[in-house]
Each structure stands twice: as structure tokens, then as C-alpha cells.
Design a protein around this ligand. Structure first.
Ligand SMILES: Cc1cc2nc3c(=O)[nH]c(=O)nc-3n(C[C@H](O)[C@H](O)[C@H](O)COP(=O)(O)OP(=O)(O)OC[C@H]3O[C@@H](n4cnc5c(N)ncnc54)[C@H](O)[C@@H]3O)c2cc1C
Length: 382
């Protein structure tokens, strides 16, 4: 049976960032990154808004807030260092009526509590000066929100990991995991590229498997409901508009977020090539499917029309969708990221990253740093 020190499951942006971090920090350890698709980033990491968030919305002591604020800075530094295409174009969170102004005030406070110090509250005139085509009575300006080319980011992370001797095993799907107990490691069974079943033994198992992240704890016999690790997939669809209308806003425009932060509300995002897109919506699903239902255009139109009156119903075209790996049950309060060394539950060397929904792309480098610390701080197991 093959053996290695560390196996990372999942080559999305988080698994890749973890691979780059661990391979630079622990040069004496052998690392294998296992991914079921034939290349990196085929799931949530390439189906999102590509926004570098500032960290405004989340409870201030949460990992989401801390890792987003820290991740925002790290990501811009990384972009600068490696020439990753990005645009720090800024964002407005708008109030569409006087009644929404208190929501902005509470968001502003949350942001400040989390260390986002560059936010500005704007009145209607100031909004019009920045964005003449947006209908709003007030807004929060977040100058450090931007957009990034997530493919280039992942490609650079993969390159860094490979340079530092990480082995990337694509077309390898983990089908079950067993624990030998007493810190004696994990045996992963996987299906390889030709359908062959094989096994690999590792001391550290880092679970970055996104929508599949509840499987590893389940295979190991953990009670995933008790631990709140069960994934409830929550879909988000996008609609686009023609290029002629794309130039009518130059920043990201967000209405106030949805109740219990199920999503950030159907907002206007820009792509690096200047296209205007709307979304993502948020609804729970039973089966994973990335189609976009044209029939949902009316829901988009009704929402967008409240702040971008220049968009007509006929302008909207189905674009793409992504699926959030939520651990927040339908109707339940918002949940934080899980980033946990499971030694206390009897699984030494298992680090679970579960519920890594938004702002996981922004937080990716900070999540990786945290995993590096969890591995480095474990004296008994290294
Ligand atoms: C609609 C939407 C919009 C978003 N917008 C933003 C945004 O603007 N900004 C932001 O910061 N974040 C955003 N996010 C969140 C962000 O996209 C995710 O947090 C991030 O991509 C998660 O990366 P990941 O590596 O954890 O997961 P993934 O990209 O899903 O990667 C997990 C990988 O694990 C692999 N895998 C799973 N099970 C197995 C197995 N058994 N064996 C082998 N491989 C396996 C999968 O194939 C997959 O490649 C958004 C998310 C959604 C859904």
C-alpha cells in the first residue's frame, strides 16, 4: 500500500491553498492532493462571483469574519506578487428606501467590529455621483472589495504546490476512509483513473472536499448531525445582460443581505472583462444540478428593478450557477466555517474544513494558514 505523510482531499481553491501552504511550511513531509475530477476547480471554486470580500457581514468573532478580513489582504498581496488578474473596483451596499437605512447602519457596525476600517456611509447625492444609474437613498461604500480571476489564482497555487513536491492525483475519487486509532493514521480507499480500486495510508488527513465534506466524517463513524457537519446544498443562479448595459455601473452593487445570511441578496457583480451579472439567488436543493431555470428570470427582474431601473426583463439571460456547501439547515441560524483538528473527538491528524461557503474564496489563503498552524502546533502527532 502507498504511504504518505499528508493527504489533502479536494483540489478546489481551499485544497490547493492548503497544499501550497503545507508544502512550503513542512518541506520534510510528503503530500498528496487527491481530486476526483481531471483537473482542479471543477466545482464551487469555479462557480462563484469571484468577489474578494471585505468581511463586512459576519459576526465579528466568527472565523468567517476573521479569515475574510485577513484573507482579503493576503489575496491582494498574492495577486500583486504573482500577477493574478484582479480589480479592486469597490462595492456599494445600498438602501432602497428609508426603512433600509438602519440595516446599513447595523452592517456598518458589524464591519467596523470585524476590523473593516475603510467603510463609508454615503447619502443619496454621493451615491449618484459615483453611480448615476443606481437608485438608492443611501449606501455603504466598501473600497477594498474587488474581483479576481479565480482560475489564475488556482493555477498559481497548484504550481506552487507542485514546485514544492506536492503530488496532484487527479481522477482519483476517495470512496471510503478508515482510522487505525491511536494516532496510527488513515487508510483511504480510492477509485483511480482506470476505475481501479486502491488504498493509500497517511498520518494527516485534510478534508477540503467542499460539497462532499460530510462524507469523510460519516465514513469515520462520526455523528454528522450531532456535529452539525451535514451539508445542505444551496443553489445560486446567475443571469447576465448584454454588453451595452454592462457599462452602466462600474462597481459591485448589493442590496441588503437576506435573512440569516442565507445569501447576500441578488446583487450586481462585474466580471474582469466588464460584463454585468446578477445573482446568486439562494434556494436549497436535493440533487446537485447546475442548470439555470429560465423561469426564475422574473424573480431576478423584480429584485434588480428595485435598484437598477435601466434593466428590462428582456435584457436578462440565464448565465451559470453554483452550489453552496451549507451546514446551515433550511430555516436555521447562520453557521460559521468549521476548521477543526478532530483530536478531541478521538481522530488525531484529521482536519475537517466543512461548510466553506462564501467568503471561502476570499478566505482561502487564511484558511490554509490556519490549517498550517493546526498541523504545526500538534507536538504529539508530528
Ligand atoms: C454561488 C456562489 C457564489 C460565491 N461567491 C463567492 C465570492 O464572490 N467570494 C468568495 O470569497 N466566495 C464565494 N463563494 C464561496 C467560494 O466559492 C467557496 O467557498 C470556495 O470555492 C470553496 O472552495 P473549496 O475548495 O472548499 O470547494 P470546491 O471548490 O467545491 O472543491 C472541493 C473539491 O473536492 C473534490 N472532492 C469532493 N469529494 C471528493 C472525493 N470523495 N474524492 C476526491 N475529490 C473530492 C471536488 O471534486 C472539488 O473539486 C461562492 C459560492 C457560491 C456557491
Amino acid at each position: 500500500m502507498e504511504q504518505t505523510d499528508i493527504v489533502i482531499v479536494g483540489a478546489g481553491v481551499v485544497g490547493l491553498a492548503v497544499a501550497a501552504e503545507l508544502s512550503s511550511k513542512f518541506t520534510d513531509k510528503s503530500i498528496v492532493l487527491v481530486e476526483r475530477h481531471n483537473k482542479f476547480g471543477q466545482e464551487t471554486s469555479s462557480r462563484n462571483s469571484e468577489v474578494v470580500h471585505a468581511g463586512i457581514y459576519y459576526p465579528s468573532n466568527s472565523l468567517k469574519a476573521k479569515l475574510c478580513v485577513d484573507g482579503n489582504k493576503r489575496l491582494y498581496q498574492f495577486c500583486k506578487k504573482w500577477g493574478i488578474p484582479h480589480n479592486r473596483l469597490g462595492k456599494l451596499i445600498i438602501a432602497r428606501s428609508e426603512e433600509e437605512i438602519p440595516i446599513l447602519e447595523s452592517i456598518l457596525k458589524k464591519g467596523l467590529d470585524s476590523g473593516v476600517t475603510d467603510l463609508e456611509l454615503l447619502d443619496a447625492d454621493q451615491v449618484i455621483k459615483l453611480e448615476p444609474n443606481v437608485k438608492a437613498v443611501a449606501a455603504i461604500l466598501s473600497p477594498s472589495t474587488g474581483i479576481i480571476d479565480s482560475h489564475s489564482l488556482m493555477s498559481r497555487l497548484e504550481w506552487l504546490a507542485r514546485q514544492q513536491d506536492t503530488m496532484c492525483a487527479y481522477n482519483h475519487e476517495v470512496t471510503t476512509v478508515e482510522y487505525a486509532g491511536n494516532g496510527n493514521g488513515y487508510t483511504l480507499t480510492y477509485r483511480g483513473p482506470d476505475g481501479q480500486i486502491d488504498k493509500i495510508l497517511c498520518k494527516w488527513l485534510i478534508n477540503c472536499s467542499g460539497l462532499g465534506a460530510d462524507k469523510i466524517p460519516y465514513w469515520l463513524g462520526m455523528d454528522i448531525d450531532k456535529a452539525s457537519y451535514r451539508i445542505y446544498p444551496c443553489k445560486g443562479e446567475y443571469f447576465g445582460v448584454s454588453n451595452t448595459k454592462s457599462g452602466m455601473v462600474s462597481r459591485l452593487i448589493y442590496p441588503p443581505p437576506l435573512k440569516e445570511l442565507k445569501g447576500l441578496g441578488i446583487h450586481a457583480t462585474k466580471t474582469l472583462d466588464g460584463r454585468l451579472r446578477f445573482g446568486p439567488s439562494a434556494f436549497y436543493i436535493d440533487t446537485l444540478d447546475y442548470s439555470v431555470d429560465e423561469g426564475h428570470a422574473i424573480e431576478f427582474y423584480n429584485s434588480i428593478n428595485t435598484y437598477l431601473p435601466f434593466i428590462n426583463f428582456a435584457d436578462l439571460r440565464p448565465d451559470m450557477s453554483g452550489i453552496r456547501p451549507k451546514i446551515q439547515r433550511p430555516g436555521a441560524p447562520v453557521q460559521d466555517f468549521v476548521v477543526r483538528h478532530e483530536a478531541a473527538s478521538g481522530f488525531e491528524g484529521l482536519i475537517n474544513l466543512i461548510g466553506i461557503e462564501s467568503p471561502g474564496l476570499t478566505a482561502s489563503l487564511s484558511l490554509a494558514r490556519m490549517v498550517g498552524d493546526l498541523v504545526g502546533n500538534d507536538r504529539h502527532h508530528n
